[in-house]
Design a protein around this ligand. Structure first.
Ligand SMILES: Nc1ncnc2c1ncn2[C@@H]1O[C@H](COP(=O)(O)OP(=O)(O)OP(=O)(O)O)[C@@H](O)[C@H]1O
Ligand SMILES: [Mg+2]
Length: 224
């Protein structure tokens, strides 16, 4: 699945004020490529990721196209189905459901659509990969920050996404856990999963074939 982003702009409107966060972003990502996105806090990295996933509306004239399908033209139900089938999203703030245990949080995206036992088995195997097999019954508030982050990673992988969108997925991890997660992401990438990866971590900025640097409320640069 190829992703093409053309003239992507995003303006937030709050209390009669306009804040243009993204201005004419252009890039394309071939199947199996890894794009690293960097930029200072507030430069629009999370906004960019949410636009790409169709979670935020974009300004007129912006194009976000997966193969031959432009998501701006899709209805909400189509978008939801598209995300469920193709995308994994690791949120910067995890977005776990506080009322559900760890295992159920990972199962949730697929639960209404596939056999429960299969989804449970998959969730367990993913939680094992992120070394949380002994936390299946914990609620999010009973987990450390890094553990929550790893649950969020496991959940993003439950549907075998073609494109994995990662918003600072190692921001809360110690070096060893970070390296293990990066190893997991690199393995997925080697197996053909495309990755968009936001990071502030200098050690990780060199990962991937492309780097996109966002500047605060300015035209973004496109670096190779
Ligand atoms: N829903 C919103 N309404 C209005 N302004 C917003 C909204 N969400 C974000 N912003 C503003 O847009 C700018 C970009 O936010 P964004 O979260 O994309 O930054 P970021 O690059 O991900 O930062 P960080 O590195 O701190 O996560 C910020 O200045 C923020 O205040
Ligand atoms: Mg952010």
């Amino acid at each position: 699945m190829k992703l093409e982003v053309r003239n992507l702009s995003k303006t937030y409107r709050t209390a009669g004020r306009e804040l243009k966060v993204l201005r004419n972003i252009n890039f394309s990502l071939k199947e199996g490529e890894w794009l690293t996105v960097i930029g200072r806090s507030g430069s629009g990295k999370t906004t960019l990721l949410k636009c790409i996933a169709g979670l935020l509306s974009v300004d007129e004239g912006s194009i976000i196209r997966y193969d031959h399908w432009s998501i701006q033209d899709g209805k909400e139900e189509e978008l939801q189905a598209f995300r469920r089938e193709n995308l994994g999203f690791i949120y910067q703030d995890y977005q776990l459901f506080d009322q559900f245990r760890c295992e159920l949080n990972v199962m949730l995206p697929l639960l209404p659509f596939e056999k429960k036992e299969n989804v449970r088995e998959k969730a367990r195997s993913l939680l094992e990969k992120v070394h949380l097999s002994d936390r299946l019954e914990h609620f999010p508030h009973q987990l450390s920050g890094g553990e929550k982050q790893r649950v969020a990673i496991a959940r993003a992988l439950i549907n075998d996404p073609k494109l994995l969108i990662c918003d600072e997925p190692t921001g809360n991890l110690d070096e060893r856990s970070r390296d293990e997660i990066i190893e997991l992401l690199l393995k997925l990438n080697n197996e053909g999963t495309s990755i968009i990866f936001v990071t502030h971590d200098r050690d990780l900025m060199k990962l991937g074939q492309q780097t996109l640097q966002l500047k605060e409320s300015m035209i973004s640069n496109y670096l190779q």
